[in-house]
Design a protein around this ligand. Structure first.
Ligand code: G16
Length: 600
């Protein structure tokens, strides 16, 4: 692959030169290009063929070839760092974004990431491509840091044409670990499938990208600079987001909660992106004691940890909530700040219950005082929120896994709150799930009710019943074996309804298909659902976010209306259904795995 520069006729005045400027003479090293120019439209060549800032800074056309497998998964393109470090790999994907998203030319783009290894290099690459592709302005988080919900917030607040988030979310970081890139559209939400499909399609045929030869820009100093014709504004990573949070929650009530000596909490930022946000909001604005935020400095390798806020990877704070001296409240967020885990003393709130509880109590927060229009949950998320929606008489939607599927419902005002079992909760305030938002909502709730986390949840169960729920993950299994397992399940589906599996009679069995109620788009094959007559469910699907082999997720749920039976151990309460799932899918025979790697 050859990177060469096109010769520009130096006598042609630059379209951006001030009237009195003398023509700028092309530097000698602007040489003839040897790339398939025929693949570029004349317009796009001319549009990118400029002289900037008193010296030659032309768009360079670099010839390239498609890489296989640049199809975005559940949430963007996630691969090993080493894959992204291959020459042209990131450039191809980013160019595919510019080639398919016409509004970015002349528009404004937000760029930032979770600070993981390769974040800064990737941002510099994106800036050069953005300038060469005619983007007018880029807003970059200071130090390259922006959480996923902050990107969504900034896109919306500044009415930009989109944003690029660099993150592999909860996956580990470092030279041998994971990296990722995701494009968000002008609503602030993850690109819908029509957009990711177009980007992917473009990556399969791409043969050139446009870039600038330019030194790396300073990303650490807030302020504006110029890259060719493009303005680069390094912005405070936290300010816009913090302002939005203050508009939604009762900060005075939360301040009072922190003043009460009996309330003790801890927030684990897992050395990922939420550290600066949590420190600014919880400690500086809300007066939580210094040290409330732990692991608050974003590190390129997350301190060697796995920035996934669940009982396994965030066990440090789980321990701090245990026993009579345990903390009253603890929470954690993930790599890019969109996930959350909520804990009380000796108590773990499942993400499914958290969504249901927030929906049932939304009016405690000023931003939701007027009530909520509806709720949505991803298909594998427990049906706890459905019961709240029914009681409130509001709409309830079941969508495929992936935050992008909530976008249309939020935009159309059909829902206000939404959530996923994968530690994601959010609302119409942005178009991403939002870890710190969920923590603040819980703090607002605790401040309003002055009850413990455990009491709040138990009272909720008493009122609505308890949906026992667990997820079993079998990670990095052989991809062919995983596909075979899913195929096997699909073949079983037609014969399952009416059959008795253990004590459970199958009411329905299908491969979930979703028709978007707003734009009627259809998404098929979103996971195998087996529903039983008592409302219990077994769901199985392959993860769309892993980077090694395949991950089989098994989701199990059982409804228990009787408050006398709300205190069972979750795994024991669900044991019969767990065994049914294993047997039905032939998990051991097909994957060689006896037990799951992660149980949440
Ligand atoms: C992403 C998506 C979520 C999804 C989660 C797990 O979260 O945004 O919608 O629930 O992955 O997906 P899967 O089960 O396919 O692995 P994140 O936090 O990784 O961006």
């Amino acid at each position: 692959m050859v990177a060469e520069r096109r010769r520009r006729d130096a006598r042609t005045p630059s379209p951006i030169m001030a009237k009195n400027q003398s023509p700028i003479v092309a530097q000698d090293h602007a040489v003839t290009i040897g790339v398939p120019i025929a693949s570029l439209s004349r317009q796009s060549i001319e549009a990118n063929h400029r002289v900037f800032k008193g010296y030659q800074m032309e768009a360079t056309v670099v010839s390239t070839q498609p890489f296989a497998g640049q199809k975005p998964g559940t949430s963007g393109l996630r691969k090993k760092v080493k894959t992204f470090q291959q020459p042209h790999y990131l450039e191809n994907f980013v160019q595919a974004i510019f080639d398919t998203q016409a509004t970015l030319r002349g528009g404004t783009l937000v760029v930032g990431g979770d600070g993981r290894f390769h974040n800064r290099e990737a941002i510099q690459t994106i800036l050069r491509l953005a300038a060469a592709n005619g983007v007018a302005r880029v807003l970059v988080g200071q130090g390259g840091i922006l959480s996923t919900p902050a990107v969504s917030c900034i896109i919306r607040k500044h009415a930009t044409q989109g944003g690029i988030v660099l993150s592999a979310s909860h996956n580990p970081g470092g030279p041998d670990e994971d990296f990722g890139i995701k494009f968000n559209v002008a609503s602030g939400g993850p690109a819908p499938e029509s957009v990711t499909d177009a980007i992917y399609q473009r990556t399969t045929e791409i043969d050139r990208y446009l870039t600038l030869q330019a030194d790396a820009l300073d990303l650490d100093t807030i302020g504006d600079s110029q890259l060719g014709e493009m303005r680069v504004s390094v912005i405070d990573s936290v300010a816009d987001y913090a302002g939005l949070m203050e508009s939604l929650f009762d900060f005075d009530a939360i301040r009072d909660l922190f003043k009460s000596a009996s309330f003790r909490m801890c927030f684990d930022a897992m050395h990922a992106v939420t550290g600066p946000y949590a420190k600014a909001i919880l400690e500086d604005q809300l007066g939580a004691p210094a040290g409330t935020v732990i692991n608050g400095v974003p590190l390129e390798d997350f301190g060697g940890g796995h920035p996934d806020p669940n009982l396994v990877h965030a066990h440090g704070i789980v321990e701090r909530t245990q026993g009579a001296e345990g903390l009253d409240f603890a929470a954690a967020s993930d790599g890019d700040g969109d996930r959350n885990m909520i804990l009380g003393r000796d108590f773990f709130v499942t993400p499914s219950d958290s969504l249901a509880l927030l929906a049932a109590n939304a009016e405690v927060a000023p931003g939701y005082k007027a009530g909520i229009a509806g709720v949505a949950r991803s298909m594998p998320t427990s049906q706890a929120a459905d019961r709240v929606a029914e009681a409130l008489g509001i709409g309830c939607f079941e969508t495929p896994t992936g935050w992008k599927f909530f976008g249309n419902l939020l935009d159309a005002g059909r829902i206000t709150l939404c959530g996923e079992e994968s530690f994601g909760t959010g609302s119409a305030h942005v178009r991403e799930k939002d870890g710190l938002w969920a923590v603040l909502f819980w703090l607002n709730l605790l401040a309003a009710k002055r009850q413990s986390v455990a009491t709040l949840v138990r009272e909720h169960w008493r009122r609505f019943g308890r949906n026992y729920y667990t997820r079993h993950d079998y990670e990095a299994i052989d991809s062919a074996a995983a596909e075979g397992l899913v195929h096997h399940l699909r073949l079983l589906l037609a014969d399952l309804p009416g059959r008795l599996l253990g004590d459970y009679k199958v009411a329905y069995a299908d491969d979930f298909s979703y028709t978007d109620p707003v734009d009627a788009s259809v998404s098929d094959h979103q996971g195998v659902r087996i529903g039983f007559e008592d409302g219990s469910r077994v769901v199985m699907r392959l993860s769309g976010t892993g980077t090694s082999g395949a991950t089989l997720r098994v989701y199990i749920e059982r409804f228990e209306p009787d408050p006398e039976r709300h205190d069972q151990d979750v795994q024991i309460a669900l044991q019969p259904l767990i065994l049914i799932a294993r047997e039905l899918a032939q998990i051991e025979a097909r994957t060689g795995r006896v037990e799951p790697d992660v149980v949440t």
